[in-house]
Design a protein around this ligand. Sequence first.
Ligand code: M6R
Length: 366
Amino acid sequence: EKGGYEHFMLKEIFEQPRSIADCMRGRLDAKNGRLVLGGLRDYMNKFQNADRIIITACGTSWHAGLVAEYLFEEFARIPVEVEYASEFRYRNPVISEKDFVIAISQSGETADTLAAIELAKSKGATIFGVCNVVGSSIARATHAGSYTHAGPEIGVASTKAFTAQISVLTMMALMLGYQRGTLTESKYVQLLNELETIPGKVERTLKMNPNIEAISAEYKNARNFLYLGRGYNFPVALEGALKLKEISYIHAEGYPAAEMKHGPIALIDEEMPVVFIATKDNSYEKVVSNIQEVKARKGKIIAVVTEGDTVVRGMADHVLEVPDTAEAFVPLLSVIPLQILSYHIAVMRGCNVDQPRNLAKSVTVE
Ligand code: M6R
């Protein structure tokens, strides 16, 4: 059942080239410049004309929502708010019929997310679900939706569901941008073609597994970890930190790299490993200066970089390479080494990676 892998989590990490391809199958046809999400067809008008997109979710699914905020705003120019379902439901939020609400949930059973949906529905908003489990409560409670088709995820730590959620949200953002005319036809087609290469690039990223295992051995006794990224990689930093804390029980914080100097920088000394996501994108130069700041304080630096990077390689203690891609698609690659890092550290610490203490796969109580 674990397909020869020692744990479900590792199996699910390695399934990602296939699960992402499954998610795009029958939807993305780059050769013919076509992208269709069946679930969106009847609601495209509402989506296109929405005043605002509200995304609600918990945990890792909320991180996928944060990535989507960057995607929707970049490609479709519609303002986005990303809300923890538990806060949203109790805040008496301002919601109207012109809002398009996207609820993201792997299990489709998360109590807070379900309650947030019911609230938004009662105010007349359109609710769209991005769920993995077919026929789940959230899938049934929404007006429409697109399944992530990642297949069953057994490990409590979400991995392949996260990349499938981002894949669906990316396709939604591209469709929306194209329909609204905020994304030109040529750019659209270029992005569709690039999106199609992602499963192969994930496969290449997975080849780093042995390197990451070696690095993990060096850091398995760390007491704390900091994860820093900017732009599309800011949510990836949050996700990397969550993965590490939930399965290895090492305290970890994710931050937008620029926020470091507003507090967390005080934590940095030679005992503090800092994971930077420093891929070649619009914020690369800025991240490089943040790396210098950490280095000057003797922090240990593990950096996720774009293949062929030499600048960060010269500064970091360890680099983990991911293939080059469009800036908007980087999270699908940059999260992979962080999943693998947390996995190995947890295994080396003797933790039960598939069933971490105090956690359940679906959180059906608030
Ligand atoms: O099933 P959901 O996507 O609604 O679950 C949300 C969170 O409970 C979930 O992502 C949790 O944070 C994971 N254990 C993270 O790995």
